[in-house]
Write a protein that binds this ligand. Structure first.
Ligand code: HEC
Ligand code: HEC
Ligand code: HEC
Length: 476
């Protein structure tokens, strides 16, 4: 320990002596601006192993539909991180998904969104990563995807097809400065579409249906367009800002899973003008399949009540099966917080399970995920916590797939979207991290490597087409 300390005192002097002449000094203001942008972009959420890893040192395993991708060390360590990246190389990694050694990154790194970031903002981010982040001298484990996805060059074809044109986003003169700022943040740094926009067969964002809802790992990021029924068209500007800042909106929605992370690490720290700008833009995004304005929404389904009478006096200790299993599981595991009638508490800390977006969505994903994974969110209001009931096989909290299915069905029937039915198989899918993509299968069965090559060729064709007609380019 002692030697390390002494070394760390001497090291800065030694480094100063050997620092290359080109090493830049950035101003404090620039580094702070970069820190804010890094927070808005949530770099830390993905580039930190939250099970004890150091900030930005990577090593977070991220389940993607094509396999597990591990994030990398992006501290300024010269050996294990991005300490020797030039600003141009850094810009290419963030906006184009190309590493310093020329290899392609997987789009788990949201360069498709970051592509619209301005040179000015990239410059500030670079200053922050070089000067405001502690170097961590640790190697992050490497990503090992199944064949053929392990061939990074296969991303070249994908990029040519789906990476947005490499040009800054132009302001829309028809819209206010606030709206333009909001679009820049929501579509870029804050990358709402990474989670909320459905994906096509090749995992590309389907921008024609921007923000209309998508499965993201074990959770479902709902439709947040201005559609009154399927989206959040019934929310006011203030509602959306409150939700992004605190992660909840009484009697409507709470943020768990990846949204809780985005709020904890990123959105709650944004300035009020920026949150309002994001809300102004998001509230203008339409759903192309707009629905009838009169139908009920996921925010006003279900009502208070219980089925206690159904199994009263039946000898609880023996276990209750059949029709009343769900109600009994609810009383045993959930009622202590959410109330016997699922009404929650008056202060709203424990939410009601009726009039709750998680129980009345178009699919059952978030009911199942809430039970299996619980809720864990840190904001300025404090720590919001619901225990997970899925991942502790040796504790009394562990519910089996059959139990989670009957509990979910009970909740959906009385408090949420009664049209949905959950099977134990559905629960297993969410337990394993969400549905996996057909992409690997396609690539393997289709033509094996041929499919990837075909995609690359097609990509080149599109690229040439784009190059020939730069004037007619439109941002995807
Ligand atoms: C949604 C998760 C996610 C977010 C958010 C994210 N990254 Fe990444 N990033 C990744 C993953 C995963 C990789 C590794 C991908 C691979 O191996 O192909 C990566 C790779 C990188 C690399 C390449 C490093 C190298 O040499 O291997 C850089 C640089 C980088 N990210 C910078 C950033 C910055 C800066 C931000 C914030 C502006 C950011 N990332 C936000 C997931 C993310
Ligand atoms: C990392 C993935 C991710 C990102 C990035 C993300 N979201 Fe979400 N979002 C989710 C998930 C998952 C949910 C569902 C959370 C739940 O119900 O517990 C959600 C829920 C929401 C809800 C509540 C909807 C409802 O019906 O409950 C709103 C509003 C929302 N997000 C807005 C945004 C906005 C605006 C952005 C960008 C500024 C954004 N989200 C970025 C994953 C994400
Ligand atoms: C120890 C208290 C506690 C227990 C027990 C508990 N919950 Fe929760 N639950 C919470 C808290 C706290 C929240 C989140 C409130 C917030 O986000 O503001 C929550 C949120 C939820 C949500 C909404 C999640 C979302 O994504 O929007 C659902 C659904 C839910 N609980 C169902 C259940 C079920 C079913 C059980 C029984 C298996 C249960 N809860 C047990 C405290 C609890």
């Amino acid at each position: 320990m002692k030697t390390v300390k002494t070394l760390s005192l001497v090291a800065p002097l030694a480094l100063a002596a050997f620092a290359p002449a080109s090493a830049q000094e950035f101003s404090k203001e620039l580094v702070e601006k970069g820190r804010y942008l890094a927070t808005a972009s949530d770099c830390v959420a993905c580039h930190t192993n939250h099970a004890g890893g150091k900030p930005m040192a990577g090593g977070l395993p991220m389940s993607s539909p094509v396999g597990t991708i591990v994030s990398t060390n992006i501290t300024p360590s010269k050996e294990f991180g991005i300490g020797s990246y030039t600003e141009a190389q850094f810009a290419d990694a963030v906006r184009k998904g190309v590493r310093a050694d020329g290899a392609n990154l997987y789009p788990a790194m949201p360069y498709v969104s970051y592509a619209i970031m301005t040179d000015e903002d990239i410059h500030a981010l670079y200053a922050y990563f070089m000067q405001g982040v502690e170097p961590v001298e640790e190697k992050a484990p490497e990503t090992d995807l199944p064949f053929p996805m392990n061939i990074r060059a296969s991303m070249m074809g994908w990029n040519m097809l789906f990476r947005p044109a490499d040009k800054p986003l132009e302001n829309d003169p028809q819209q206010s400065a606030e709206w333009n700022r909001g679009r820049y943040l929501a579509e870029g740094a804050a990358h709402c579409s990474t989670c909320h926009t459905p994906r096509g067969v090749f995992m590309e964002e389907d921008k024609g249906r921007n923000l209309t809802g998508s499965q993201i790992g074990p959770w479902f990021a709902p439709d947040i367009t201005n559609d009154k029924v399927h989206g959040i068209g019934s929310w006011t500007q203030e509602d959306l800002v409150t939700y992004l800042k605190t992660g909840r909106l009484d009697h409507r929605a709470q943020a768990a899973g990846s949204m809780a992370e985005a709020i904890s690490y990123s959105f709650q720290h944004l300035s009020d003008p920026d949150l309002n700008a994001i809300a102004t833009y998001v509230r203008s995004v339409p759903n192309p399949d707009a629905s009838q304005a009169s139908a009920p929404t996921r925010f006003d389904q279900g009502k208070a009540g219980n089925e206690l009478a159904g199994f009263r006096g039946k000898g609880y200790a023996k276990g209750i099966e059949g029709d009343h299993a769900g109600a009994a599981l609810y009383v045993a595991n959930c009622a202590s917080c959410h109330g016997y009638n699922a009404q929650g508490t008056t202060d709203g800390y424990y939410p009601s399970l009726f009039h709750n977006a998680a129980t009345a969505g178009d699919n059952s994903t978030n009911v199942i995920a809430a039970i299996l994974y619980g809720v864990d969110r840190h904001t300025k209001d404090g720590h919001v916590f619901m225990p997970p009931f899925g991942d502790q096989p040796n504790t009394i909290n562990a519910l089996s797939n059959v139990e989670v299915a009957s509990l979910s069905n009970y909740i959906l029937k009385d408090y949420g979207n009664a049209k949905l039915k959950v099977t134990p198989e559905d629960v297993q899918v969410i337990r394993e991290g969400g549905p996996s993509s057909q992409l690997v299968l396609f690539a393997r069965i289709g033509m094996g490597v041929g499919a990837v090559a075909a995609l690359a060729v097609l990509g080149v064709a599109v690229w040439l087409f784009r190059r020939k007609r730069p004037q007619t380019q439109t941002a995807a």
